[in-house]
Design a protein around this ligand. Structure first.
Ligand SMILES: *[C@@H]1O[C@H](CO)[C@@H](O)[C@H](O)[C@H]1NC(C)=O
Ligand SMILES: *[C@@H]1O[C@H](CO)[C@@H](O)[C@H](O)[C@H]1NC(C)=O
Ligand SMILES: *[C@@H]1O[C@H](CO)[C@@H](O)[C@H](O)[C@H]1NC(C)=O
Ligand SMILES: *[C@@H]1O[C@H](CO)[C@@H](O)[C@H](O)[C@H]1NC(C)=O
Ligand SMILES: *[C@@H]1O[C@H](CO)[C@@H](O)[C@H](O)[C@H]1NC(C)=O
Length: 454
């Protein structure tokens, strides 16, 4: 950290390096997750059908947890070359932890404004106050999210304000945010959706400080934006499954199967443990069918296969154990961002029609709308894990408010690194990205919500 604090690097050069880094990482990574959430079948799991043999459900608690046998050898880390020697069914085992005592409070959300649920509301057209920044003037913009630059003809998606039902949100104020961040490390930890929120935060914040007082250090896993005059950082850590996995390489994680250590969070927690404000997410990477568990004490490389939701619950429990034993809510703030919705099936908001989010220009105004991609079992599981953590975590419950925003995705107006056949090109919906979000856009509002809680 000391090294680049001293180094006075010229800002445009850093921005350029950063672009190249982001471009590079996306080149290798995004086509993977994109493909999964579009109409192509997942290229996964050695021919396993997604969600086939393994029950993709919550645990069967009637089965007794197995006792951990203690291994003498320290476990070897998992990386992209890790394979399973064989795969058996999930045994019902859970990570054994000293901190399974339940604190069990209410899920904390909306505590910023007494008696008001900030996550329940509607989108209001407001082209006077929005967007909060200009796409082309943000030097940290990603080519994956810069929709105007890539030819999106409409711009109304940038003009929507989130209006909670029973109160108003405090207006976004970059200087006030910097004051809150003074002397602190704010770190986003998760997947490409969380990275989008981090880029949004950089765009929201950067114009308020001089260009020569900001710098960014690209690194494959942890990227750090530094604001010299506030002695503050805004960082992003790639950890799509939260626990250690074969997808932890931020650049190259196109794996044919997901292998993870459900009982090992140290690889990532050692990077995030000194942050003052932590914003986590995890969801889409669990939606590709079964995953393989490689427990730390497994010496013969035998994996256990479990459905994505079950795997996510195991990972969330390890994460929650870390939070329970390491977070003092008076000193640190931890947020968990709920699942980011996708819009693959137009028939869900317009019965009888075909297609997806392509060419959608308006939000959904039916307040009861809930898309099928926003998996309810996952939401219940997340609630359960959060309630055990009580006041140590606040939930940024962005699922439903983002679900209304079928107009907010890049669709075909982003950089794609693969080339498409003329057949595909003739049918734009077939390669539309209905997963990520254009910036300026929906993730700016997630950050405005975060701002309310700091
Ligand atoms: C849980 O497991 C027990 C014993 O294997 C079985 O009898 C029961 O039906 C299972 N329950 C569910 C909900 O799967
Ligand atoms: C905002 O939208 C209204 C209605 O569409 C339009 O008349 C007005 O010119 C717009 N203002 C700005 C600043 O774009
Ligand atoms: C953003 O900035 C560019 C370049 O300065 C300018 O041409 C464009 O009109 C701006 N866009 C908006 C929406 O203000
Ligand atoms: C800058 O912030 C770090 C924590 O991120 C702190 O350890 C350090 O003392 C601060 N330095 C100054 C000069 O305030
Ligand atoms: C998030 O909000 C939805 C309603 O929009 C609710 O059903 C769900 O329980 C909330 N999730 C959490 C974790 O609080």
């Amino acid at each position: 950290m000391q090294r680049w604090q001293k180094r006075k690097t010229h800002f445009p050069l850093l921005a350029l390096v950063f672009f190249v880094f982001i471009a590079f990482s996306i080149l290798y990574s995004e086509s993977n997750i994109r493909g999964i959430h579009q109409d192509q079948p997942p290229r996964d799991s050695n021919g396993d059908q997604p969600r086939s043999t393994v029950q993709d459900g919550l645990f069967n608690n009637s089965r007794p947890a197995q006792v951990l046998k203690v291994s003498n050898k320290p476990p070897v880390g998992i990386d992209k070359f890790t394979t399973c020697s064989s795969t058996v069914r999930y045994s019902g085992r859970r990570a054994v932890s000293a901190v399974h005592r339940a604190e069990s409070g209410d899920v904390r959300a909306g505590s910023a404004v007494e008696g008001c649920d900030l996550f329940s509301g509607k989108w209001v057209f407001d082209n006077a106050s929005y967007p909060l920044y200009n796409e082309s003037r943000c030097p940290y913009m990603s080519d994956q999210l810069a929709c105007q630059k890539h030819g999106r003809p409409d711009i109304e998606y940038q003009f929507w304000r989130w209006q909670p039902h029973n109160c108003n949100m405090k207006r976004w104020n970059a200087m006030e945010m910097w004051e809150k961040l003074r002397g602190k490390r704010l770190m986003f930890v998760g997947d490409s959706l969380n990275r989008g929120q981090w880029i949004s935060m950089l765009c929201l914040l950067q114009s308020a400080i001089p260009a020569d007082k900001q710098s960014i250090t690209p690194n494959s896993e942890l990227t750090i934006f530094r604001a010299e005059n506030y002695n503050a950082t805004v960082e992003f850590l790639w950890a799509p499954l939260l626990v250690e996995s074969n997808s932890d390489d931020a650049v190259d994680h196109r794996m044919s199967e997901r292998i993870l250590r459900p009982d090992s969070i140290l690889r990532h927690s050692s990077q995030w443990e000194h942050a003052d404000i932590l914003v986590f997410n995890s969801f889409l990477w669990w939606r590709q069918g079964p995953v393989k568990l490689l427990w730390s004490d497994e010496e013969n490389g035998v994996c256990e296969e479990i459905g994505g939701l079950g795997g996510m619950e195991l990972a969330m429990e390890s994460w929650a154990d870390w939070v329970a034993s390491n977070i003092d809510p008076l000193k640190k703030k931890v947020f968990f961002v709920t699942m980011s919705p996708t819009h693959q099936l137009k028939e869900e908001w317009e019965p009888g029609s075909e297609g997806n989010c392509y060419d959608e220009k308006q939000p959904i105004h039916d307040e009861r709308y809930w898309g099928s991609a926003s998996d309810l079992s996952t939401m219940r599981m997340v609630e359960k894990v959060m309630s055990r953590l009580g006041s140590k975590v606040s939930v940024l419950n962005i699922t439903q408010l983002s679900d209304y925003r079928k107009d907010g995705h890049p669709t075909i107006y982003r950089k794609f690194w693969e080339s498409f056949s003329s057949e595909k090109l003739a049918n734009p919906a077939s390669y539309s990205d209905c997963t990520h979000w254009c910036l300026p856009g929906v993730p700016d509002v997630w950050n405005e919500l975060l701002f309310q809680f700091l």
